[in-house]
Structures are given as structure tokens and as C-alpha cells.
Design a protein around this ligand. Structure first.
Ligand SMILES: [Zn+2]
Length: 303
């Protein structure tokens, strides 16, 4: 690829992937900060499947910073110094303070301290700017890397991919690591596959003093997805997307959607805390069984 070293799919991430170790919460507490690194307006149905058609909503493009025994970044937003028209065609705007390098500086984060950059998936608005973190390993699910090299024709425009005009996509760096399935990234940090929005999407579940928080990527774009049980509007497989939300419900106490301004309750730089943990849990409706009486004919009693 133009002399650039292709990602080495066999490289070993400095992580473990024993499922027995990745679902329990630990005594390690991470602090999460959300950075608003740009704004778009789009049709709500892009985020909530078949719901909100014709309603334009304003959404953020978020970089998440986790601080604990080390520093971890989740998602790296829209590439800097590119015109919006170069991407999917969605309207996108960014102030100087929202430039990722400036947002990190204003949040007191030195990019050289970041040990892991976790990419939930390789869409244009989640996987730019990886080169801001020279000391980091970039962690992506193996299936996502495979798909992003050659996405399906409909989804091609959404990916930072050689097939969508990026000779060297921002994530295609020598320091990329692949993981395969449930993975413990560090004490108190678990990677969870969430296929549906893309084939190899993943979420990160982090233990905090307020319980475990799921940084969901586009498996959960808005609180409405997880709280009203509406799958994301954009997906390669809607059944997988619903199953992934159910899986996350069993693995985290609280959820942080990727594109919901309600997360950014303190503005451009928002520490995640008690107010985020106070949101109501989704309670699935009870399953009502119908059992015919033993002497009732099959097909139900005549009315
Ligand atoms: Zn996406």
C-alpha cells in the first residue's frame, strides 16, 4: 500500500481474551471524560431505526478519555484538517476548541501518555487522528479490520477505507493491534464485540466509582436506543444490532451513547459521573405465556 506497512493481522495485543476474566468487575476505578470534537445535524432515523423520520437532530462527535493505571482513548473522531465534503456527505462543523488536538490539550491530556487507542469501529467519524498518539497501540476487532479493507458497496462511503479513497486510512498504522472477541484490555477495562452497526464493532466497559459504564460506539447512538429498545438506524444486520444491545445490558451498569448531547452535560469537556449513572435502567417487558387448558382444543377455545 504505497510503501506504508499494512496492518499485521497476526500481531499480538498486550491483552488477554479469557472470557472467564472479562465479565467480572474489578477494584480498579477509571475516570471517564467525554470531549465534544464536532457537531452534525442529521435525520434522527439514521440513529433510531424507522423512528424520527423527517426530524433533524444535532449530534456530537465524541472522543472518550479514560484515566486510571494508564490513559486510554476510545474513538478518535473525524480526521482534522479535512473538508466535510470529503466524507459521507453529512454536514459537519468543528470550532477551533473542538479540534481533537486542542480538545485534548484543554482537558489536560498529553497524547504521549495514551497507551491504548480503542476504536469501536472504523467509520469516518470514529477512526481519524490515530497519529495524534505516538506511543499508543491502536486496538480494533479483527473482523472490523477485515471488513474495512473492503466494505460492501453501500457501506463503503462510511468507512475510512482504501476502497473509499483513503490510500492510507488514519487507523492504518504500524502500531495497530487486533483482538478477537471478549478481551480484557487492562484491569477494569473490557472490550465487548457488538456486531450489527458494522460487522466488527466493539464496546468498552469500564469500572468506575459509579459502577461499570459501557462506551458503546454506534451500538448505542442515543440514549433512546438502549432506554426505549430501538436498534441503531444504520447497520449491516439489525438482528445482530438488537442482540448486541441485549448483550451489553448484561455486562454494564450504565451506558454512554456515541452521539447524544445529553452525555455532554458540562459542555465541550464533560466528566462522566453520578448524573450519568442516575439514568433509569431499561426494564424489558414481561413475557406473558399463554398455556391452553389441558382439555382445550389446539388453536384455542371457540368464541
Ligand atoms: Zn458508525
Amino acid at each position: 500500500m504505497g510503501g506504508t506497512r499494512a496492518p499485521d493481522a497476526s500481531s499480538e495485543a498486550a491483552v488477554t481474551s479469557d472470557p472467564a476474566t472479562v465479565t467480572s468487575s474489578s477494584s480498579t476505578h477509571w475516570r471517564i471524560t467525554a470531549l465534544d470534537t464536532g457537531t452534525s445535524h442529521l435525520d434522527q432515523s439514521m440513529l433510531t431505526y424507522t423512528v424520527g423520520v423527517g426530524t433533524v437532530v444535532r449530534i456530537p462527535r465524541v472522543i472518550w478519555v479514560l484515566q486510571g493505571p494508564t490513559t486510554v482513548v476510545v474513538d478518535t473522531s473525524v480526521p482534522m484538517r479535512r473538508r466535510p465534503s470529503e466524507f459521507i456527505g453529512e454536514e459537519f462543523s468543528r470550532s477551533r476548541a473542538q479540534e481533537p488536538a486542542n480538545a485534548l490539550r484543554d482537558a489536560g491530556i498529553d497524547p504521549r501518555d495514551v497507551e491504548h487507542v480503542v476504536l469501536t469501529h472504523l467509520h469516518w467519524d470514529h477512526a481519524g487522528n490515530c497519529d495524534l498518539f505516538p506511543e499508543a497501540r491502536v486496538v480494533v476487532q479483527r473482523e472490523e479490520l477485515r471488513y474495512a479493507i473492503d466494505p460492501g458497496r453501500f457501506f463503503r462511503k462510511s468507512f475510512l477505507s482504501p476502497r473509499s479513497g483513503w490510500g492510507t486510512p488514519p487507523w492504518m498504522l504500524p502500531n495497530i493491534d487486533t483482538v478477537d472477541g471478549l478481551t480484557e484490555l487492562a484491569p477494569g477495562l473490557r472490550l465487548v464485540p457488538t456486531p450489527g452497526h458494522t460487522p466488527g464493532s466493539q464496546a468498552l466497559v469500564a469500572d468506575t466509582e459509579h459502577g461499570s459504564f459501557c462506551i458503546a460506539g454506534d451500538a448505542i447512538s442515543l440514549y433512546a436506543n438502549i432506554e426505549q429498545d430501538i436498534p441503531p438506524g444504520f447497520h449491516v444486520d439489525v438482528d445482530d444490532a438488537v442482540d448486541s444491545m441485549d448483550r451489553l445490558r448484561g455486562l454494564a451498569d450504565h451506558f454512554l451513547p456515541s452521539h447524544d448531547y445529553e452525555v455532554l452535560s458540562s459542555g465541550l469537556i464533560t466528566p462522566i459521573g453520578a448524573s450519568h449513572a442516575a439514568r433509569p435502567r431499561y426494564v424489558p417487558p414481561p413475557i406473558e405465556r399463554w398455556d391452553p387448558e389441558p382439555d382445550e382444543p389446539a388453536g384455542g377455545a371457540p368464541r
